[in-house]
Write a protein that binds this ligand. Structure first.
Ligand SMILES: [Cu+2]
Length: 70
């Protein structure tokens, strides 16, 4: 598809390691995604050439998390 993009999201709720783990699990399923999850800042940074910001928001929604693009 297009060139690699970096998206940073604020994700809620993100209150414990369990939240962080479920986000990691969901992102792991996507191919062609590099991610960094920061539990303290409630942010998730995603590098990908395959998914749009909206698709990533939908992925988080699928596990009950609201992601807002920063
Ligand atoms: Cu949690």
């Amino acid at each position: 598809m297009s060139a690699e993009q970096t998206y940073k999201f604020e994700v809620n709720p993100m209150t414990c390691q369990g939240c962080s783990n479920s986000i990691e699990k969901a992102l792991k399923k996507l191919e062609g995604v590099d991610y960094t999850i920061n539990l303290e800042n409630k942010t998730v940074e995603v590098k990908t050439a395959k998914f749009t910001a909206d698709e990533l928001v939908q992925t988080m929604k699928g596990i009950g998390k609201e992601a807002v693009l920063l």
